[in-house]
Design a protein around this ligand. Structure first.
Ligand SMILES: Nc1ncnc2c1ncn2[C@@H]1O[C@H](COP(=O)(O)OP(=O)(O)OP(=O)(O)O)[C@@H](O)[C@H]1O
Length: 209
């Protein structure tokens, strides 16, 4: 499943932020998005994931192939670690959570309510859900926030295994994950001010899709 972005212009709150974006993501490949705070990386990921429309251009990809992990963990605090993962496995029609528990070192926390996890543990659980989606294209927004060094490596291992199995990943991150990945600096694609409509419209935040 290839994801192809062509001549894409994206906006946030009615204001174009990036324009003229072209890239593709092939099975087995990873693309790391770089750029300064506020340049539009999250907006790009949201657009590619289908959470907001593009201003111009196209994103070619089966939406059903995408698993999106946003800034927030999007956990159900009353449910245990195990229940959270089973909830998502049911949603995505997949079976088994053992690989997700093992891959993110959550086996000792299965019966703990998500609300009683530390920030890093919550992030590990949020990322573990990627493994139960069964979806090939991972779109990840700052996935390593709150993770310690060992957990960052755990996450990088999960991405490597995903790529080796034919999946792909589009990742916005400010840190070096040690992946064999192309890097795409979106800084030079800032939209020109004259293209701004200067209209503000609110939007909702979502944890995971
Ligand atoms: N809900 C919103 N409504 C209107 N504008 C927004 C909204 N969220 C973000 N913006 C603005 O849109 C622009 C792009 O933000 P975006 O979050 O995509 O940047 P980013 O590159 O991901 O930044 P960071 O590295 O800080 O996460 C910024 O100027 C930001 O202030």
């Amino acid at each position: 499943m290839t994801l192809t972005v062509s001549d894409l212009t994206i906006s946030r709150g009615g204001i174009p932020v990036l324009e003229g974006l072209n890239f593709s993501l092939e099975p087995g490949g990873a693309l790391v998005l770089r750029g300064p705070n506020g340049v539009g990386k999250t907006t790009l990921l949201r657009t590619v994931a289908g959470l907001q429309p593009a201003v111009a251009g196209t994103v070619e990809c089966d939406p059903e192939s995408i698993a999106y992990a946003a800034h927030s963990d999007g956990l159900k605090g009353m449910l245990t670690v195990s229940e959270n993962l089973h909830f998502w496995a049911d949603i995505f029609g997949t079976k088994g959570i053992d690989a997700a528990l093992k891959g993110f070192d959550l086996e000792g926390l299965v019966d703990r309510p998500a609300s009683a996890l530390s920030a890093g543990q919550k992030r590990r659980l949020g990322l573990a859900r990627l493994l139960v989606t069964g979806r090939p294209i991972w779109i990840l927004d700052e996935p390593t926030v709150s993770l310690d060094v060992a957990s960052v490596e755990m996450f990088a291992d999960a991405v490597r295994a995903h790529l080796a199995a034919g999946g792909s990943a589009l990742i916005a991150t400010h840190i070096d994950l040690g992946l064999e990945a192309e890097v795409f600096d979106v800084g030079p694609y800032r939209a020109k001010p004259e293209n701004s409509t200067d209209a503000f419209s609110g939007s909702f935040d979502e944890g995971f899709l």
